[in-house]
Ligand binder design. Structure first.
Ligand code: SF4
Length: 193
């Protein structure tokens, strides 16, 4: 067993996620393949790379604690947000949601560092492919306002003592509270579907 396995897959973690021997063997095999593919994508010993960092910041009144996968500074001084993705590639006509989280990171970076990253790179490490998009002031401001709107609604619900259910395919698919959900009459997808 390697030190990384010992550090991450502790007995507590394995028990919490109900990881049996078969699942663990598959997890390690997939992880090996992803790491091998990542090293085909880039050599981290090359040009200086940014590091993952946890940040805590307010933007537009919205408090946020987030973990940034990587922030690279290029030789020309510009910043690039790098986000690692272990899932499937988006289809060629990827929609605005593909970059939504990273664009919010860009807004938070601007609030934290006083400097707006100029580019986002999503590294699909299971597939050996990256996609990139420039960061614009318009997009960053829109993401910041969306986060502020969500925080405003949370604050209002908290003060009202009443949180309405807001079903969505992505959220409901992995929700652990379906049994308690009061989204009456709304189809909630099964986690296996
Ligand atoms: S199942 Fe209900 S509580 Fe869970 S994410 Fe969906 S709407 Fe929210």
């Amino acid at each position: 067993m390697t030190s990384a396995e010992e550090e991450i897959l502790t007995e507590d973690v394995q028990r919490d996620i109900a990881l049996d021997d078969t699942m663990k063997a598959r997890l390690l095999q997939e992880t090996d393949a992803i790491i091998a593919r990542y090293f085909e994508m880039e050599d981290p010993r090359g040009s200086p790379r940014g590091r993952g960092t946890a940040y805590r910041r307010r933007r537009e009144g919205c408090p946020a604690l987030w973990h940034l996968g990587r922030l690279d500074r290029a030789e020309d001084g510009t910043l690039t947000i790098v986000d690692y993705k272990t899932g499937g590639l988006p289809n060629r006509n990827y929609d605005s949601q593909t970059f939504a989280n990273a664009e919010l990171y860009a807004a938070l970076c601007e609030a934290q560092l006083g400097e707006r990253p100029t580019k986002i790179r999503l590294m699909y490490v299971a597939h050996g492919q990256s996609i990139e998009r420039p960061v614009s002031e318009v997009v960053v401001n829109a993401r910041a306002q969306a986060a502020a709107g969500a925080w405003s609604r949370i604050t209002r619900y908290y003060n009202d003592g009443d949180f309405p259910a807001t079903p969505s395919t992505n959220a409901c698919r992995f929700c652990a509270f379906k049994d308690l959900c009061r989204s009456n009459g709304v189809a909630v997808p099964d986690a296996k579907s």
